[in-house]
Design a protein around this ligand. Structure first.
Ligand code: ATP
Ligand code: MG
Length: 1095
């Protein structure tokens, strides 16, 4: 970091930061930012300075307020929005040289001081003029006002560029995007500085390019863009083919250009045309004319011999002619004739002469060139219509001139002559305006005016444009003169008239100086332009100046139905035949340059001088000779000289004082008083010789750059000292602050430490005190305790003695009452305890009625109560138990109860039946489908259904039968078939007989004489005997209309089988036949049933 970096960083940024902000042009200069400051001014130092800056990417350098711009041939990061902001509203010399500084200066003096501006951009082809003009426009667009309407205007102004470039630019050997016309654009602003619109003027389009392009060059971009970018459909409508090689007017060797995308550019151009305001049909018409030019180039001619011996031209292949005529709506025969004949009118007389092939080609090319150049002019008029400012108020104007620079080729023709003439005029206006401005500034600043020596090129301008004997006037004269006119006659004329002119050189002139100059061919003349000598070949001067288009052709064009075409050739209107010759090209150009110059003179000029660093279109190459050549013909040295003629450097007093105030003790650090006095004191103090500077009203003028550099040098040295001083003070301040901080910290640390130590000490003392205290207290307490214990023992001893004594006394008194009552009380208590224990013991008994257990009686005296309690308890728990029964269960138990009443202790079978529940339907007659028939035979509800054995009287054996009992009948049915064998109504049953033993035999005895009794009684056996009999008995008891069935329980009874009565006798037998009872017939009247004895 340099010392000045430390000191000069107004926005607080360090020099390391990318966006280094400079205070002045003079800071960190590479070479010198302003050529005026070159110490020794000569070409070498000038070019060396440019080179040095170019090598460091500094492509801009000033000469006073003029900007020199060197084409970098690569994009540099110096056109960003940040840069725009950086240069916005800054003074011209405040930052390093930049085109934005110039644009800003111009824009601000336009806006704030109401001065119309013009920006003159010059330089040779490829030096970056068009780019510079676009940069200026984009800068102004970026910094001026915003808003919907304003933005639209801006957009239209900016978008006019791509349209004009497509039609007016072409690839040349010098520049891939070379402008082939001169352009001047006036941008109009309102009082606020918002753009309102603009006007474009064009100068001399290089129309010869339409028909023929030099080697390595192309025709105008639009032809290639149209063929590459238009849709197939469009091309078909235009009757065009995408192939460039199909067109004679398109050179083939460089049809495609590296880095140029014609198709994309075509889209851009169409889009731009739309933005600028072209209607769709206008665009279409324009493209049709472009197509017509291409078609025109393809028309070829052949000779046809005529009787008079002359050759007459005829169109060779009529296809292209036909297509072109179709495209433009021209009658084919009219155009065809115009290519073969030419009508000459003189003094109301019309003559038709034939054209030979060469003349036909000339006519064709003239038509193509005219068509294209008129189309180009129409485009500019149309764009002007769109971008024209709407408001009628007074406008402020900023003109941007992007015009071809001085051209010195090997072969210079009419075009170069015209271009160089234009540059002479610009140089003149430059000198005039610069000097005028300089002079005005001196007057403004009240500085004495010293005469400035400089070369005034007015003399050259005169040579060219003088009305009577200027070169242009003579050329016109030649063109209009009757008789044979050739380029040579024109040269002859020049040789006679300009011979004496000191800037005109010709071999054949009367000036003998050039008679032997072999560098000057005979058919040439040379002019010493301000920027160097240029040799012009006269060939083609007359033709080009005449710019003739046969009237037949313009009339043919006028006859077209294509409206734009008619508009372009108004002179073809037969109603307005004008026999006067149209003005020559030279005349027109002179006139328009005159208008331009007058226009520029009313404006405040700003110059951008573009320089091309090499002719390889390559970055990083700086060819000294090439640059030197340009520096010469741009007159840059002149420029510096004029600028330095008076005072080389000037600066506002305030800025000067601010920059150098450190050089003098009186002005440092602050000067209180007028800035001018400060500067005076400063300069006197620095002992600058008084002839080296002059005091203006607001500025100090320094004559010599040396003086300025001495000041700068001293400033730099002073800054170093100041930096050291600042460093010293800063370091001292820093150390002191550091020390104070340390000191403060030390106090804090010490305080904390002391506190900590005291706390520790206190804690120790505290705990020691506590220990001591506790020992003492313990000792004291133990003493007291011992004392108290002694006292307690004394008290206890006294109490005990008293108690014993009192006890003794009381016993002695109460002994007599004690014996009489004690017995009863003990007895009552004992009884109470016994009863309590007894009742608690009863608690273990369960609530089941079946449970017969009962605790044993503990004492004999409880006998009665114990039995009674047991009975009561049993009744109570039975009641509880019964209370839980449902109705059905109750019925079952009632049955069981009845069974018990009938059989208990009467029949040995009974006990085994008690635990079996009475199921009733053992056969499940309701569910079993087998008994369906049987069920239907029995109408009533079946109370019991069981399988029984019917005992056969003959052998005592049993055969199985189904036994069904209902409320009114019992039924016997076949076991297998379910067929009812007997159905006996219950009233017919008188009694039932069973044995006392454990067998299942029973006899159903029927009422004698009843219908059922015919077959006799039934002797049956069943496993559910008890249940069957009980049910029978129950039905008997519940039926009100019947007698009760008798139940006869004895081991011998009679059974009536048909006629006979048979005795059935039951005997106890051993278990011979297993566990079941067996029946055996003993004789006719006795059946013996042996029942196994119960276990
Ligand atoms: N400032 C720049 N930064 C980057 N490239 C530039 C700059 N100026 C010019 N160029 C490059 O140089 C080329 C030629 O520049 P430009 O077309 O402006 O030249 P010109 O002076 O207008 O030439 P002509 O007289 O032929 O029209 C541009 O196409 C561009 O590539
Ligand atoms: Mg250009």
């Amino acid at each position: 970091m340099t010392v000045s970096d430390i000191l000069i960083s107004p926005k607080g940024g360090t020099a390391d930061s990318k966006m280094e902000v400079k205070m002045s042009l003079l800071d960190n200069m590479i070479g010198v930012g302003d050529m005026v400051l070159l110490e020794t001014l000569n070409e070498d130092s000038f070019i060396e300075n440019l080179r040095k800056r170019f090598d460091h990417n500094e492509i801009y350098t000033y000469i006073g307020s003029v900007v020199i711009s060197i084409n970098p041939y690569r994009s540099l990061p110096i056109y960003t929005p940040q840069k725009v902001e950086e240069y916005r509203n800054r003074n011209f010399y405040e930052l390093s040289p930049h085109i934005y500084a110039l644009a800003d200066e111009a824009y601000r003096s336009l806006r704030d001081q109401d001065k119309d501006q013009c920006i003159l951009i010059t330089g040779e082809s490829g030096a970056g003029k068009t780019e510079a003009s676009k940069l200026v426009m984009s800068y102004v667009a970026a910094v001026c006002g915003k808003g919907q309407e304003v933005n639209k205007v801006k957009e239209q102004l900016l978008q006019s560029n791509p349209v004009l470039e497509a039609f007016g630019n072409a690839k040349t050997v010098r520049n891939d995007n070379s402008s082939r016309f001169g352009k001047y654009m006036d941008i109009e602003f309102d009082f606020k500085g918002d753009p309102l619109g603009g006007v474009i003027s064009n100068y001399l389009l290089e129309k010869s390019r339409v028909c023929k392009q030099p080697r390595g060059e192309r025709n105008f971009h639009i032809f290639y863009q149209l063929l590459s970018g238009a849709s197939d459909d469009t091309l078909m409508k235009l009757k065009l083919d995408r192939d460039f090689s199909k067109y004679n007017y398109l050179s083939l060797d460089s049809a495609t250009v590296n880095g140029l995308d014609d198709a994309a550019s075509f889209r851009t151009v169409r889009n731009a045309m739309q933005i600028v305001g072209f209607m769709e049909d206008e665009v279409q018409s324009v493209l049709e004319l472009v197509a017509a030019v291409l078609k025109l180039g393809n028309i070829e001619f052949k000779p046809e011999s005529r009787v008079n011996g002359f050759d007459e031209s005829r169109v060779k292949d009529k296809n292209d002619l036909k297509e072109m005529c179709e495209l433009l709506g021209i009658e084919q025969s009219v155009l065809e004739r115009a290519f073969s004949y030419r009508t000459v009118e003189a003094k109301m007389e019309k003559m038709s002469t034939t054209l030979n092939v060469a003349q036909a080609y000339y006519a064709r090319d003239a038509l193509a060139k005219n068509l294209y150049s008129r189309l180009f002019s129409w485009l500019i008029t149309r764009i002007n219509e769109s971008i024209k400012a709407q408001a009628k108020t007074r406008h402020k104007v900023m003109g941007v001139l992007d015009i071809y620079g001085f051209e010195i080729f090997e072969d210079n023709s009419f075009e170069q002559f015209i271009i160089n003439y234009c540059n002479e005029k610009l140089q003149q206006i430059f000198i005039e305006l610069t000097l005028r401005e300089e002079q005005e500034e001196y007057i403004r600043e009240d500085i004495e005016w010293t005469n400035i020596e400089y070369f005034n090129n007015a003399i050259i301008c005169e040579l060219i444009e003088k009305n009577q004997n200027g070169i242009l006037a003579m050329l016109d004269e030649e063109c209009l003169r009757p008789g044979t006119v050739t380029d040579d006659t024109f040269l002859d004329k020049l040789n006679t008239i300009c011979a004496e002119h000191q800037h005109f050189e010709s071999r054949l002139s009367k000036n003998s100086k050039f008679l032997t100059d072999h560098s000057l061919p005979h058919s040439c003349f040379r002019i010493q332009h301000y920027a160097g000598k240029v040799l012009y070949r006269v060939e083609g001067f007359v033709d080009k100046n005449n710019d003739l288009l046969y009237r037949d052709l313009s009339q043919a064009m006028y006859k077209a139905t294509h409206s734009l075409m008619r508009e372009l050739f108004p002179e073809g209107n037969p109603a307005k035949v004008n026999l006067k010759r149209p003005p020559t090209a030279g005349f027109q150009f002179k006139a328009s340059v005159g208008v331009l110059m007058r226009n520029l003179q009313t404006k405040n000029p700003n110059y951008i001088r573009c320089i091309k660093p090499n002719d390889k279109k390559a970055a990083h190459i700086f060819t000294d000779s090439l640059v030197c050549h340009q520096v010469r013909y741009l007159g840059l040295m002149e420029n510096v000289r004029v600028r330095r003629a008076g005072y080389a450097f000037r600066q506002l007093y305030e800025s000067c004082l601010k920059r150098y105030k450190m050089l003098c003790k009186k002005t440092w650090p602050q000067w209180r008083g007028p800035a001018r006095d400060g500067v005076e004191v400063l300069l006197t103090d620095c002992s600058v010789p008084s002839e080296e500077f002059a005091y203006g009203r607001s500025k100090i003028f320094i004559r010599n750059p040396r003086t300025l550099f001495t000041l700068e040098e001293r400033r730099r040295a002073c800054l170093e000292d100041l930096a050291t001083l600042i460093q010293k003070i800063y370091r001292g301040w820093k150390s002191r602050t550091h020390f104070l901080l340390l000191k403060k910290s030390q106090v804090v640390v010490a305080a904390w430490y002391r506190r900590y130590a005291q706390q520790n000490k206190y804690q120790k003392i505290k705990s020691a005190t506590l220990v001591m205290q506790s020992f003492i207290r313990g000792w004291k307490a133990r003493n007291i305790l011992r004392q108290l214990k002694y006292e307690m023992r004394c008290k206890e001893a006294v109490t005990t003695i008293a108690a014993y004594w009192h006890g003794n006394q009381v016993r002695r008194e109460y002994r007599k009452f004690f014996r009489a009552n004690a017995g009863k009380k003990i007895y009552d208590f004992t009884i109470q305890r016994i009863m309590q224990k007894y009742f608690l013991g009863l608690k273990t008994t369960t609530m089941s009625p079946m449970d017969n257990t009962w605790p044993a009686r503990p004492y004999g005296f409880l006998e009665g109560a114990h039995t009674e309690l047991r009975r009561i308890f049993h009744l109570w728990r039975c009641k509880k138990y019964r209370g839980q029964f449902t109705e059905e269960k109750k019925a079952v138990y009632e049955e069981k109860l009845e069974a018990s009443e009938i059989f208990k202790d009467k029949k040995a079978l009974y006990p085994s039946s008690v635990s079996q529940p009475f199921k009733g339907d053992y056969l499940e007659i309701q569910k079993n489908p087998k008994y369906q028939k049987l069920k239907s035979a029995v109408e009533e509800k079946v109370l019991l259904a069981d399988l029984v054995n019917k005992i056969n009287r003959a052998n005592g054996k049993g055969s199985p039968r189904l036994f069904l009992l209902t409320k009114s009948n019992f039924v016997l049915a076949d076991q297998k078939t379910g067929q009812v064998k007997a159905s006996v109504p219950l009233p017919d049953l008188t009694s039932v007989s069973v044995s006392t033993q454990s067998d299942g035999f029973f006899a159903l005895k029927l009422k004698e004489g009843s219908a059922s009794a015919s077959k006799g009684d039934f002797l049956l056996s069943s496993e559910h005997l008890i249940e069957i009999i009980t049910k029978l008995h129950r039905i008997g008891t519940t039926a009100a209309d019947r007698d009760q069935i008798n139940i006869d329980i004895s081991d011998e009874f009679l059974v009536q089988f048909k006629q006979d009565k048979v005795c059935v006798k039951f005997i106890q037998g051993g278990p011979k036949n297993g566990n079941s009872a067996a029946c055996k017939r003993k004789n006719n009247r006795l059946l013996e049933v042996s029942v196994p004895s119960s276990p």
